[in-house]
Design a protein around this ligand. Structure first.
Ligand code: PLP
Length: 451
């Protein structure tokens, strides 16, 4: 079937995410821009979303991948290692917090969440701590679309249809000061949301708990929710007190997105496991990873056994890994993490100018990860009725105007609440940020006018 630059589930053999929507066919990328087959230019203000950290079409990466293609594409990881995997392992561990020790490579964030779950379980099994099976997680979180990862997630809407297939894990409330579940204010609240972890641990029994899993900064399920500075250190000390592993899902926040190498670096906290994805290869190849610390590696190293049921056919694929090597080299050479911080400060300042609009409740950001939460009533923080599809209208208006941004909903109560994420590639310039904010502002105002 031919396409005229537009494709949908009716005029092609593809089943698309939205099978009633028509998708422009993307043709090429350059810096922060994507171009479709009809020649329309889009600013990739979402970076993928939160994937394309170094920008589109970087020649160094394409050349490195070509060279790898010439050499080797597929030795099965059950039989071989590869130079690409070995080199990426070293690069990732050098880039990670100093306590991290080993990395297992995968093809996507959901696979990495599933695999982190297995690493945690296996760590406890190796130590003979067989009762530790429960993961504590948080509401308004996201760890992936596969059933284990979705069970770990706390986004009501995304879980709803699949509830019968999800194992039950206890969820605690996130550190979401704008909509505190207890109606308290920071710092008077004394971080009750962090101490809730300890209460849940004691209720279930500490010897039942395997790990606490969470995102350093909530990404697309609530629109960039940044915890107070005391949150992560409190969480780390609670986990230590009860022998519980701390898993940081850095699929969005990792690899420089928040202006530090990893999100946890914001608070100098050392997790036991890091789940990495998205920006690790900046989208040049499908790549993710589970990074474990020395404490866990020591247990595996000294175990009588030497393997567990781990991995997928394509795990550690050399082309995918070599994409990661080339991207990490480029990011370090070009000092892009520092740039993410600097341009992020500019982006936040510009985004805050929109905070004056009646429909914007709060603007938040760290590095090049900025979010805005929309409200119908600024004083009461009441969200728009979900049936109004506010955020879908804003993002499609942006798209029409040549700006790609990721919208989301469910931040307020799991279903209601609209937000948007602005997360362009780190190579973005100040004038490109001005363009993003200008188009976004026009799109918000147009949407409000039409409601
Ligand atoms: N974890 C977080 C925090 C995410 O935001 C996502 C995806 O958005 C995932 C895990 C799942 O990653 P993937 O979509 O690559 O499977």
């Amino acid at each position: 079937m031919m396409n005229n630059g537009l494709s949908n589930s009716l005029n092609s053999y593809c089943f698309y995410r939205d099978w009633k929507k028509e998708y422009p066919v993307a043709e090429r990328g350059e810096g922060i821009y994507l171009f479709d087959k009809k020649g329309k230019r889009y600013i990739d203000g979402s970076g993928g979303p939160c994937v394309v950290n170094i920008g589109h079409g970087v020649k160094e990466i394409i050349e490195a991948l070509r060279a790898q293609l010439d050499k080797l594409c597929f030795p099965f990881v059950g039989n071989f290692s590869s130079d690409a995997q070995i080199e990426l392992g070293q690069k990732v561990i050098e880039f990670s917090p100093r306590t991290m020790s080993k990395v297992y490579f995968l093809s996507g964030g959901s696979e990495a969440s599933e695999t982190a779950l297995k690493f945690v379980r296996q760590y406890h099994i190796e130590r003979g701590d067989l009762s530790r099976t429960i993961f504590i997680t948080r509401w308004k979180s996201y760890h992936g679309a596969t059933l284990g990862a979705l069970a770990l997630s706390g986004h009501t809407k995304r879980r709803q249809d699949y509830l019968p297939y999800l194992i039950h894990f206890p969820h605690i409330h996130p550190p979401y000061c704008y909509r505190c579940d207890r109606g308290k204010n920071y710092p008077g609240c004394e971080l009750e949301c962090a101490h809730e972890l300890e209460r849940i641990i004691r209720l279930y029994g500490p010897d039942q708990i395997a790990a606490f899993i969470t995102e350093p900064i909530i990404g697309n399920t609530a629109g960039v929710v940044i915890p107070p500075k005391e949150y992560w250190p409190i969480i780390r000390s609670i986990c230590d007190r009860y022998g519980i592993l701390l898993v940081a899902d850095e699929v969005i926040t990792g690899f420089g997105r928040t202006g530090r190498n990893f999100g946890v670096d914001q608070w100098d906290v050392f997790p036991d496991v890091i789940i990495a994805g998205k920006g690790i290869s900046s989208g040049y190849t499908p790549l993710a990873g589970v990074i474990i610390n020395e404490k866990m590696w020591d247990v595996f190293k000294n175990s009588k056994r030497s393997s567990f049921f781990l991995g997928y056919t394509f795990s550690g694929h050399p082309l995918a890994c070599y994409g990661g090597v080339a991207v990490l080299k480029y990011m370090i050479n070009e000092n892009l993490v520092e740039r993410s911080k600097r341009m992020g400060d500019y982006l936040l300042a510009k985004a805050e100018t929109l905070g004056r609009l009646d429909s914007i409740g709060e603007v938040r950001g760290r590095g090049l990860l900025a979010g805005m939460e929309f409200v119908k009533d600024k004083r009461t923080k009441q969200p728009f009725e979900r049936s109004k599809n506010f955020i879908e209208k804003v993002t499609s208006e942006c798209f029409k105007n040549g700006l790609i941004l990721t919208g989301g909903s469910g931040g307020a109560d799991g279903v209601e609440g609209d937000h948007i994420i602005i997360s362009p590639p780190f190579t973005v310039t100040e004038s490109q940020i001005d363009d993003i904010i200008e188009i976004l502002k026009g799109s918000i105002l147009n949407t409000i006018d039409q409601m």
